[in-house]
Design a protein around this ligand. Structure first.
Ligand code: MG
Length: 339
């Protein structure tokens, strides 16, 4: 197996683990502008199920909408100004900083790994860096990620809290570094990421969609951050429900709130990551891509074409297929450098 194939194989096995969804659920009801429930801690699973399954439809069409990189222009600043500097610092990769930057940008922003959980993405960055000849030439040793992989495979939630709990049971210096890294990322995000606006055309699209469909935020971001962001930009009022990271997976959101309540071809997921596309496919529902780099055009197209097709039953088939082909071509599996 060549390196690219091995890397892809490893990543797929990690991504499978990622979709197991062991987290509880937090949610916020936002229609009318007021968030009525934001849990401080991960809720028990039965409460989570009740929160999403008790959702009452207003109509017969449902649209789930991702947040980061889809509605808000937050991906670039989070990765370029927060994740990447923390990675260089906490993993002692200063001597290859430009290679770390290039590799991490590819993994998190410009490849099919876009939107991947931070731990899975970090391991992918390590794996790609480890086989770059320039790294070896500079005498830099990339972390093996051995204990991080054990954590990822452990079934513990793939969050900072999950790692903390795991590390308490399995102390290891690499996990100490990982905790410093994730805390530093969060501190940098808290310090740096604010006043990030929605993409052009989002508001008009949400206004049009909320008049004809039930809308839910379907996101892997913590629900308190979601509720704050959506309210700050006066978008929460368009949404019937906000479901966040604590629900485990976006697929679970769809399963609990939409599947069986609406016809499959009356359920649409809007997202900016291949995992969003795959979530929709696995759930047997429709997907509308927000193309990275062309977000405003994507939202304009949604409002001008796709929404009406979704409502009139002409979305699935050649129209959706063409959108998916264009989206997939933007986010390759193989890096632009030789592997
Ligand atoms: Mg996204």
């Amino acid at each position: 197996m060549d390196m690219a194939a091995m890397w892809q194989c490893n990543w797929q096995s990690l991504a499978t683990i990622c979709t197991d969804g062991t987290d509880g659920v937090k949610w916020g009801h936002a229609k009318g502008g007021t968030v009525t429930h934001v849990a401080e801690h991960v809720a028990p699973a039965d409460e989570a199920v009740a929160g999403l399954t008790s959702f009452q439809p207003r109509g017969d069409h449902f649209i789930g909408i991702d947040s980061d990189g889809c509605v808000f222009d937050a991906m670039e600043i989070k990765h370029k100004e927060c994740f990447i500097p923390a990675t260089i610092k906490c993993w002692h990769l200063q001597a290859v900083s430009s290679l770390v930057r290039e590799t991490a940008e590819f993994v998190n922003l410009y490849s099919d790994g876009r939107g991947l959980n931070r731990w899975l993405a970090l391991l992918r960055v390590f794996d790609l860096l480890a086989v770059r000849p320039e790294v070896a030439q500079r005498g830099v040793r990339v972390p093996a990620g051995t204990t991080l992989r054990r954590f990822v495979a452990s079934g513990f939630p793939l969050s900072g809290a999950g790692l903390r709990d795991y590390a308490a049971l399995h102390p290891d210096p690499e996990l100490d570094s990982a905790l410093r890294w994730t805390d530093e990322v969060d501190e940098r995000i808290a310090d740096m990421v604010h006043d990030v606006p929605p993409f052009a055309g989002v508001r008009e699209s949400l206004a049009a969609a909320s008049a004809v469909a039930d809308l839910m935020v379907v996101s892997a971001t913590p629900v308190d951050a979601l509720s704050r962001e959506w309210a700050e930009h006066d978008l929460a009022g368009y949404m019937d429900l906000i479901a966040g990271q604590e629900a485990g997976t976006k697929g679970r959101h769809l399963e609990l709130a939409a599947k069986g309540t609406y016809a499959d071809d009356h359920i649409l997921l809007i997202g900016d990551a291949p995992a969003d596309r795959d979530t929709a496919a696995a759930a047997g529902v429709l997907f509308y891509p927000i193309n990275p780099g062309s977000e405003a055009d994507s939202w304009r197209r949604f409002r001008d074409e796709a929404l009406d097709r979704f409502l009139t039953g002409s979305y699935a088939g050649p129209y959706q297929d063409a959108l998916l082909a264009q989206f997939t071509a933007l986010l390759p599996t193989t890096p632009p450098w030789r592997v």
